[in-house]
Structures are given as C-alpha cells and as structure tokens.
Design a protein around this ligand. Structure first.
Ligand code: ZN
Length: 242
C-alpha cells in the first residue's frame, strides 16, 4: 500500500495571536484548521510549521520529508529568511508540491518561483465571490459543480502580475464587478505550484466545505510522482553505433 501523502501546512500565525476577531474564527490558527481537515482525509498525513519556530519550522529534514507544502501568510512576509526561501525553492524544483493560499501571493517563496511582482488589487468589504471552474474534469475540481460561492470575503482584482499560468482552473467574479484568476497552476522544475485565492483571515473561508475540497484535491494533484536527476555529466547511452 502506498504511504500517506506528507503535507506540511505552513502559517505565519500572527493575526490569530494579535486580533480577537481572527482568533474567534481560528482559535488554534489557520494552520491547525487546515491540517485538521487534511488529516481527516484518507491517505493524507498533515503536520504544521509556523514563522516563529526555529528555521520557521522548515528545517532541511522537515522539507525533505514533505511531499506538499501549503503556505498562508499576510503581514510578515519580510520576516521569512532568504535561506528558507532558497530551501523551499530547491525542494519545489526537485518535485515537492507547493500550494500558495490567498495573501501568500506576496510571499517570498511565491514571488521567487514566479519571477514577477505578484501584485494585485484588493478591497475589504465582505463581498460575495463566485469562483467559476474554467477546467472541468481537472483533478483539482473533482467533486465540485460549475462554481463555488463564498458569501462574504475580501476582493482581489486584476491585474494580477503573475506569469501566464500553465493551467487556469478558476476565475472569480466579485459583487463589486472585478474578476480575478483565483486558481492557477504552474510547473517549476519537477514540482507543481498551485495558487488558490480564497482565505482572508477575518472570514471563516477555511471552514467552507468546497474550499477545503479544492485544497484537498490540490494536495493530491501536486504530490510528486517521481524525482528527476538533473545537471549531471552523462556518458553516451550506447544505443546506436557511432
Ligand atoms: Zn486577505
């Protein structure tokens, strides 16, 4: 039997310590909520790591034993050390899956892997969001209908300064009129990167069943399927006469 997918759920974990409104929604932190959901799924074993742990909880040993890393952050992107960013980037290029959530769009690892500013427009007025599926049949939308509705959330709008996604899986529309590429996937080296927009800290978005279904599907989809040896000297293969 195949072993469980090893997920590390990373969270900055600052809003929950400093803001009562956020703590009321996520008393043990956003990471605990996501990890609890993932651990209830068959074949997934999730652990957590947070910014204020030594090495942000992402030691080389921990990352080597991680198949998929999820990343939520908002107010302390600058406190993430470049050494850890190097480490995360290296593991993605080796094949580790990376799922970047909501305001993680502006995190150092995501910006490093994208190579663009990753800027966007935003407005915090508790608007309705409709995430439309643009890739029916994709493993990430398994079990969903044609759209997911989030009744109240922060708005993100275009232009989102990212490289053209290899696969565009969701586009959101907002009550205020904007649209946004809310589910985007890229290949980087042997790894898959998935950006998923929902998740502002003052709304219970990570308790929304369909949002959590997408994150679970994305964990399965970004799980490495193998490793690749790159950048090594090669002898002739000997298949043909010279
Ligand atoms: Zn937000």
């Amino acid at each position: 039997m195949a072993r469980d997918i090893r997920v590390t759920v990373w969270n900055e974990f600052r809003h929950e310590k400093e803001d009562d409104a956020v703590r009321n929604i996520y008393p043990d932190g956003i990471h605990a909520c996501i990890a609890e959901h993932l651990n209830a799924q068959k074949g997934i074993a999730a652990d957590t790591a947070t910014l204020d742990e030594p090495e942000h909880g992402l030691t080389a040993e921990k990352l080597d034993a991680t198949d998929v890393l999820t990343w939520w952050a908002h107010k302390a992107h600058k406190e993430v050390s470049d050494e850890i960013v190097d480490r995360v980037q290296k593991r993605v290029l080796q094949g580790m899956g990376l799922i970047v959530l909501h305001s993680g769009h502006f995190s150092k690892p995501f910006k490093r892997l994208m190579g663009t500013t990753c800027q966007l427009k935003w407005r915090e007025e508790g608007e309705r969001e409709v995430l439309w599926v643009t890739r029916p049949g994709h493993p990430i939308v398994e079990g969903l209908g044609e759209c997911v509705i989030i009744p109240h959330t922060e708005m993100y709008g275009e232009h989102f300064d990212i490289p053209e996604p290899d696969e565009l899986i969701f586009i959101s529309s907002f009550a205020g009129g904007e649209v946004f590429r809310s589910g985007c996937a890229w290949n980087r080296g042997a790894g898959k990167v998935f950006y998923f927009r929902p998740g502002h800290e003052t709304y219970p978005v990570y308790r929304h069943p369909e949002v959590m279904r997408v994150i679970t599907n994305a964990v399965r989809w970004t799980t490495p399927t193998g490793t690749m040896e790159i950048g090594a000297p090669n002898k002739p293969m000997g298949w043909f006469e010279k």
